[in-house]
Design a protein around this ligand. Structure first.
Ligand SMILES: Nc1ncnc2c1ncn2[C@@H]1O[C@H](COP(=O)(O)OP(=O)(O)OP(=O)(O)O)[C@@H](O)[C@H]1O
Length: 276
Protein backbone atom coordinates (compact mmCIF):
# COMPACT_ATOMS: atom_id res chain seq x y z
CA UNK A 1 0.00 0.00 0.00
CA UNK A 2 1.04 3.59 -0.60
CA UNK A 3 0.29 5.99 2.19
CA UNK A 4 0.74 9.70 2.69
CA UNK A 5 0.10 10.77 6.28
CA UNK A 6 -0.20 14.36 7.45
CA UNK A 7 2.14 15.59 4.74
CA UNK A 8 3.20 19.20 5.15
CA UNK A 9 5.56 20.49 2.49
CA UNK A 10 6.63 23.78 0.95
CA UNK A 11 9.76 24.81 -0.94
CA UNK A 12 9.87 27.68 1.57
CA UNK A 13 8.47 27.55 5.09
CA UNK A 14 6.37 30.66 4.42
CA UNK A 15 4.54 29.19 1.42
CA UNK A 16 3.29 25.67 2.06
CA UNK A 17 2.04 23.61 -0.87
CA UNK A 18 0.45 20.93 1.33
CA UNK A 19 -0.67 21.02 4.93
CA UNK A 20 -1.62 17.77 6.67
CA UNK A 21 -2.37 16.03 3.37
CA UNK A 22 -3.52 12.41 3.65
CA UNK A 23 -3.88 9.83 0.91
CA UNK A 24 -4.03 6.04 0.63
CA UNK A 25 -3.52 4.23 -2.67
CA UNK A 26 -4.00 0.53 -3.29
CA UNK A 27 -2.12 -1.91 -5.48
CA UNK A 28 -3.80 -3.12 -8.66
CA UNK A 29 -4.97 0.33 -9.73
CA UNK A 30 -4.04 3.00 -12.25
CA UNK A 31 -4.61 6.44 -10.75
CA UNK A 32 -4.86 9.65 -12.77
CA UNK A 33 -3.58 12.64 -10.81
CA UNK A 34 -5.20 15.90 -11.92
CA UNK A 35 -4.71 19.46 -10.74
CA UNK A 36 -4.34 22.98 -12.11
CA UNK A 37 -0.93 24.37 -13.10
CA UNK A 38 1.08 24.91 -9.94
CA UNK A 39 -1.29 22.87 -7.73
CA UNK A 40 1.70 20.77 -6.69
CA UNK A 41 1.21 17.49 -8.60
CA UNK A 42 4.89 17.06 -9.47
CA UNK A 43 5.88 18.06 -5.95
CA UNK A 44 3.50 15.51 -4.43
CA UNK A 45 4.96 12.81 -6.68
CA UNK A 46 8.50 13.88 -5.71
CA UNK A 47 7.55 13.54 -2.03
CA UNK A 48 6.25 10.04 -2.74
CA UNK A 49 9.45 9.18 -4.59
CA UNK A 50 11.65 10.54 -1.78
CA UNK A 51 13.17 13.19 -4.06
CA UNK A 52 12.12 16.02 -1.72
CA UNK A 53 11.56 15.73 2.01
CA UNK A 54 8.45 16.74 3.99
CA UNK A 55 8.53 19.37 6.73
CA UNK A 56 6.11 17.15 8.61
CA UNK A 57 4.41 13.82 8.03
CA UNK A 58 5.55 10.96 5.82
CA UNK A 59 5.05 9.02 2.63
CA UNK A 60 5.46 5.26 2.51
CA UNK A 61 5.45 2.42 0.03
CA UNK A 62 4.77 -1.09 1.35
CA UNK A 63 6.04 0.01 4.78
CA UNK A 64 9.21 1.78 3.57
CA UNK A 65 9.42 5.53 4.24
CA UNK A 66 10.10 7.39 0.99
CA UNK A 67 12.45 9.85 2.68
CA UNK A 68 14.65 6.98 3.95
CA UNK A 69 15.39 5.90 0.34
CA UNK A 70 16.51 2.48 1.51
CA UNK A 71 17.42 -0.10 -1.17
CA UNK A 72 14.19 -2.03 -0.40
CA UNK A 73 12.23 1.12 -1.32
CA UNK A 74 14.28 2.16 -4.35
CA UNK A 75 14.01 -1.24 -6.00
CA UNK A 76 10.20 -1.01 -5.80
CA UNK A 77 9.86 2.48 -7.25
CA UNK A 78 10.32 3.84 -10.75
CA UNK A 79 9.75 7.53 -11.42
CA UNK A 80 9.50 8.98 -14.92
CA UNK A 81 9.79 12.77 -14.60
CA UNK A 82 8.33 15.26 -17.04
CA UNK A 83 11.77 16.36 -18.26
CA UNK A 84 14.59 13.87 -18.77
CA UNK A 85 18.27 14.00 -19.65
CA UNK A 86 19.22 10.60 -20.96
CA UNK A 87 22.83 9.43 -21.21
CA UNK A 88 24.81 8.91 -24.41
CA UNK A 89 24.15 5.15 -24.56
CA UNK A 90 21.66 2.97 -26.43
CA UNK A 91 18.40 1.51 -25.05
CA UNK A 92 20.11 -1.90 -24.92
CA UNK A 93 23.12 -0.51 -23.02
CA UNK A 94 20.78 1.41 -20.70
CA UNK A 95 19.10 -1.85 -19.68
CA UNK A 96 22.53 -3.47 -19.26
CA UNK A 97 23.72 -0.76 -16.88
CA UNK A 98 20.51 0.00 -14.95
CA UNK A 99 18.27 -3.09 -14.86
CA UNK A 100 20.19 -4.77 -12.02
CA UNK A 101 18.86 -2.14 -9.60
CA UNK A 102 15.39 -3.65 -10.17
CA UNK A 103 15.21 -7.35 -9.20
CA UNK A 104 11.89 -7.87 -11.04
CA UNK A 105 13.14 -6.33 -14.31
CA UNK A 106 11.90 -8.31 -17.30
CA UNK A 107 14.20 -7.89 -20.29
CA UNK A 108 11.89 -9.64 -22.78
CA UNK A 109 9.03 -7.32 -21.73
CA UNK A 110 11.30 -4.26 -22.22
CA UNK A 111 12.32 -5.18 -25.77
CA UNK A 112 8.76 -6.20 -26.67
CA UNK A 113 7.46 -2.79 -25.55
CA UNK A 114 10.25 -0.94 -27.38
CA UNK A 115 9.28 -2.85 -30.53
CA UNK A 116 5.59 -2.00 -30.00
CA UNK A 117 6.58 1.65 -29.59
CA UNK A 118 8.76 1.36 -32.70
CA UNK A 119 11.86 2.76 -30.97
CA UNK A 120 15.31 1.85 -32.37
CA UNK A 121 17.26 -0.06 -29.70
CA UNK A 122 20.70 0.69 -31.11
CA UNK A 123 20.46 4.50 -31.38
CA UNK A 124 22.05 6.69 -28.71
CA UNK A 125 19.28 7.77 -26.29
CA UNK A 126 20.40 11.39 -26.14
CA UNK A 127 20.04 11.64 -29.92
CA UNK A 128 16.47 10.27 -30.02
CA UNK A 129 13.55 12.68 -30.28
CA UNK A 130 11.85 13.77 -27.05
CA UNK A 131 8.88 11.46 -27.77
CA UNK A 132 11.18 8.49 -28.48
CA UNK A 133 13.11 9.15 -25.25
CA UNK A 134 9.81 9.14 -23.34
CA UNK A 135 8.88 5.82 -24.92
CA UNK A 136 12.20 4.25 -23.85
CA UNK A 137 11.64 5.39 -20.26
CA UNK A 138 8.01 4.22 -20.25
CA UNK A 139 9.06 0.80 -21.58
CA UNK A 140 11.90 0.59 -19.05
CA UNK A 141 9.68 1.75 -16.15
CA UNK A 142 7.01 -0.80 -16.97
CA UNK A 143 9.57 -3.59 -17.39
CA UNK A 144 11.04 -2.90 -13.93
CA UNK A 145 7.79 -4.31 -12.49
CA UNK A 146 8.23 -2.13 -9.41
CA UNK A 147 5.36 -1.93 -6.90
CA UNK A 148 4.99 1.78 -7.71
CA UNK A 149 5.42 3.37 -11.12
CA UNK A 150 5.03 7.14 -11.25
CA UNK A 151 4.73 8.96 -14.56
CA UNK A 152 4.65 12.75 -14.71
CA UNK A 153 3.06 13.95 -17.98
CA UNK A 154 4.07 10.75 -19.85
CA UNK A 155 2.12 11.53 -23.01
CA UNK A 156 3.83 14.89 -23.64
CA UNK A 157 5.67 14.48 -26.90
CA UNK A 158 3.82 11.32 -27.99
CA UNK A 159 2.04 11.43 -31.34
CA UNK A 160 -1.57 10.23 -31.66
CA UNK A 161 -0.83 6.58 -32.65
CA UNK A 162 1.74 6.39 -29.84
CA UNK A 163 -0.85 7.60 -27.32
CA UNK A 164 -3.13 4.75 -28.35
CA UNK A 165 -0.22 2.29 -27.93
CA UNK A 166 0.66 3.92 -24.60
CA UNK A 167 -2.81 3.18 -23.23
CA UNK A 168 -2.74 -0.40 -24.51
CA UNK A 169 0.76 -1.12 -23.18
CA UNK A 170 0.10 0.40 -19.73
CA UNK A 171 -3.22 -1.41 -19.32
CA UNK A 172 -1.48 -4.69 -20.20
CA UNK A 173 1.29 -4.14 -17.65
CA UNK A 174 -0.92 -3.65 -14.58
CA UNK A 175 -0.90 -6.46 -12.02
CA UNK A 176 -2.40 -6.85 -8.52
CA UNK A 177 1.06 -6.20 -7.06
CA UNK A 178 1.64 -2.82 -8.62
CA UNK A 179 0.21 0.66 -8.59
CA UNK A 180 0.62 3.17 -11.40
CA UNK A 181 0.16 6.92 -10.92
CA UNK A 182 -0.08 9.14 -13.99
CA UNK A 183 -0.09 12.91 -13.61
CA UNK A 184 -1.34 14.78 -16.63
CA UNK A 185 -3.16 17.74 -18.11
CA UNK A 186 -4.02 15.66 -21.15
CA UNK A 187 -7.12 14.26 -19.50
CA UNK A 188 -8.34 12.67 -22.74
CA UNK A 189 -5.12 10.59 -22.85
CA UNK A 190 -6.29 8.83 -19.68
CA UNK A 191 -9.61 7.78 -21.18
CA UNK A 192 -10.18 4.02 -20.94
CA UNK A 193 -6.90 3.69 -19.05
CA UNK A 194 -7.20 4.85 -15.44
CA UNK A 195 -9.67 3.31 -13.02
CA UNK A 196 -9.35 5.93 -10.27
CA UNK A 197 -9.08 9.72 -10.20
CA UNK A 198 -7.16 11.91 -7.76
CA UNK A 199 -7.70 15.66 -7.81
CA UNK A 200 -5.23 17.93 -6.04
CA UNK A 201 -6.76 21.34 -5.38
CA UNK A 202 -5.99 24.11 -2.90
CA UNK A 203 -3.42 22.10 -0.91
CA UNK A 204 -5.66 19.06 -0.56
CA UNK A 205 -6.63 15.85 -2.31
CA UNK A 206 -10.28 16.76 -2.81
CA UNK A 207 -11.13 13.60 -4.76
CA UNK A 208 -9.83 10.03 -4.56
CA UNK A 209 -12.45 7.83 -6.20
CA UNK A 210 -12.81 4.94 -8.56
CA UNK A 211 -14.55 5.71 -11.85
CA UNK A 212 -17.21 3.09 -10.97
CA UNK A 213 -17.99 4.84 -7.67
CA UNK A 214 -18.20 8.18 -9.48
CA UNK A 215 -20.58 6.77 -12.10
CA UNK A 216 -22.73 5.32 -9.32
CA UNK A 217 -23.17 8.70 -7.67
CA UNK A 218 -23.29 11.20 -10.52
CA UNK A 219 -24.53 11.19 -14.09
CA UNK A 220 -23.04 12.88 -17.16
CA UNK A 221 -25.75 13.80 -19.67
CA UNK A 222 -27.01 16.67 -21.78
CA UNK A 223 -29.20 19.18 -19.96
CA UNK A 224 -32.19 17.94 -21.97
CA UNK A 225 -31.75 14.40 -20.59
CA UNK A 226 -31.05 15.45 -17.00
CA UNK A 227 -33.47 15.57 -14.12
CA UNK A 228 -33.50 19.37 -13.64
CA UNK A 229 -33.82 19.15 -9.86
CA UNK A 230 -30.72 16.95 -9.63
CA UNK A 231 -28.32 19.15 -11.68
CA UNK A 232 -25.07 20.02 -9.88
CA UNK A 233 -23.03 21.57 -12.71
CA UNK A 234 -23.52 22.65 -16.31
CA UNK A 235 -21.03 23.41 -19.06
CA UNK A 236 -21.69 24.64 -22.60
CA UNK A 237 -19.80 23.36 -25.61
CA UNK A 238 -20.18 23.70 -29.38
CA UNK A 239 -23.07 21.23 -29.53
CA UNK A 240 -25.09 22.18 -26.48
CA UNK A 241 -25.02 22.10 -22.70
CA UNK A 242 -23.68 19.14 -20.75
CA UNK A 243 -24.62 18.43 -17.19
CA UNK A 244 -23.45 16.65 -14.08
CA UNK A 245 -26.39 15.57 -11.96
CA UNK A 246 -27.07 13.32 -8.99
CA UNK A 247 -27.56 9.72 -10.14
CA UNK A 248 -30.92 9.07 -8.48
CA UNK A 249 -32.10 6.44 -10.92
CA UNK A 250 -28.97 4.21 -11.00
CA UNK A 251 -28.32 4.87 -14.69
CA UNK A 252 -24.62 4.58 -15.38
CA UNK A 253 -23.01 7.05 -17.76
CA UNK A 254 -19.39 7.33 -18.90
CA UNK A 255 -17.42 9.61 -16.57
CA UNK A 256 -16.38 12.77 -18.42
CA UNK A 257 -13.15 13.43 -16.52
CA UNK A 258 -12.55 16.81 -18.10
CA UNK A 259 -15.98 18.03 -17.06
CA UNK A 260 -15.62 16.53 -13.59
CA UNK A 261 -12.26 18.25 -13.17
CA UNK A 262 -13.70 21.59 -14.35
CA UNK A 263 -16.60 21.26 -11.91
CA UNK A 264 -14.24 20.58 -9.00
CA UNK A 265 -11.71 23.34 -9.69
CA UNK A 266 -14.48 25.83 -10.37
CA UNK A 267 -15.39 25.25 -6.74
CA UNK A 268 -18.60 23.36 -7.21
CA UNK A 269 -18.47 21.92 -3.72
CA UNK A 270 -21.73 20.08 -4.25
CA UNK A 271 -19.97 17.77 -6.75
CA UNK A 272 -17.12 17.08 -4.31
CA UNK A 273 -19.54 16.58 -1.41
CA UNK A 274 -21.61 14.01 -3.23
CA UNK A 275 -18.48 12.01 -4.13
CA UNK A 276 -17.13 11.94 -0.56
N1 LIG B 1 12.41 23.41 -6.99
C1 LIG B 1 11.49 24.32 -6.66
N2 LIG B 1 11.81 25.37 -5.87
C2 LIG B 1 10.89 26.29 -5.52
N3 LIG B 1 9.60 26.27 -5.90
C3 LIG B 1 9.22 25.24 -6.70
C4 LIG B 1 10.15 24.21 -7.13
N4 LIG B 1 9.48 23.33 -7.89
C5 LIG B 1 8.19 23.76 -7.96
N5 LIG B 1 8.05 24.91 -7.24
C6 LIG B 1 6.80 25.65 -7.07
O1 LIG B 1 5.87 24.80 -6.43
C7 LIG B 1 4.57 24.99 -6.99
C8 LIG B 1 4.01 23.65 -7.46
O2 LIG B 1 4.80 23.20 -8.54
P1 LIG B 1 4.57 21.78 -9.22
O3 LIG B 1 5.54 21.68 -10.35
O4 LIG B 1 4.61 20.74 -8.17
O5 LIG B 1 3.06 21.94 -9.73
P2 LIG B 1 2.28 21.10 -10.82
O6 LIG B 1 0.91 20.91 -10.29
O7 LIG B 1 3.03 19.87 -11.19
O8 LIG B 1 2.26 22.14 -12.01
P3 LIG B 1 2.15 21.94 -13.60
O9 LIG B 1 0.82 21.32 -13.84
O10 LIG B 1 2.23 23.33 -14.11
O11 LIG B 1 3.30 21.06 -14.05
C9 LIG B 1 4.71 26.03 -8.09
O12 LIG B 1 4.30 27.27 -7.56
C10 LIG B 1 6.19 26.04 -8.40
O13 LIG B 1 6.63 27.32 -8.77
Amino acid sequence: MIEISNLTFGYSKKKLLFKNLNLKLQMGHIYGLLGKNGAGKSTLLKNLAGLVFPQEGLCSLNGYHSAGRLPGFLQELFFIPEEMHLPGITATQFAGSTAHFYPKFNEAQYFKMLAEFDVPVSSVLGKLSFGQQKKVMIAFGLATNTALLIMDEPTNGLDIPSKVKFRKIIAGALTDERCIIISTHQIRDLDSLIDSVLVLHQQEIVLNSGLDEIAERIQFTTTAQANKAAILYEESNAVGINTISVNHNQTFSKVDMEMLFNAIVNDHKSVIDILK
